[in-house]
Design a protein around this ligand. Structure first.
Ligand code: HEC
Length: 108
């Protein structure tokens, strides 16, 4: 009897830990799809002048070039006015600068 009582508690504790982990995983997924630093553009973000391919390229450029000297800022915290200076510091071409600007300005 005593050992059954113990394993019941153990089972409850195990379930509690599993739920806690699922809850934490759920939260991190929510963060990744919202306006955080790595926002993933979708077809609905494209406009007449901005293609989805531009936005996807801009995201890759952002991730690969904008965290060399400091942390990757959430794109909502990157003022449009600093992009030209930062793009030249990162050594981006005119096309890359245009794409990364379109991506960053998605969240303005
Ligand atoms: C060669 C180093 C370097 C690279 C590459 C770089 N930055 Fe910066 N960044 C800096 C420095 C240094 C500062 C500190 C403020 C200043 O000197 O303007 C800064 C500051 C910033 C700030 C804060 C500006 C403010 O006024 O609050 C933002 C936002 C930013 N960078 C975005 C970017 C983006 C976007 C990219 C990629 C296109 C990028 N950075 C690439 C060096 C860099």
């Amino acid at each position: 009897m005593r050992s059954n009582h113990f394993s019941g508690k153990f089972l409850l504790a195990t379930l509690a830990i599993i739920f806690l982990i699922m809850f934490m995983v759920g939260c991190s997924k929510t963060l990744n799809t919202s306006a955080d630093s790595l926002y993933v553009p979708t077809a609905s973000d494209a406009t007449a002048s901005v293609t989805l391919a531009d936005l996807q390229a801009g995201r890759n450029i952002y991730i690969n070039n904008c965290a060399k000297c400091h942390t990757l800022y959430p794109i909502i915290n990157v003022p449009s006015s600093v992009i030209p200076t930062m793009a030249s510091r990162a050594g981006l071409s005119a096309t890359e600068t245009s794409q990364v600007t379109k991506y960053i300005n998605l969240r303005k």
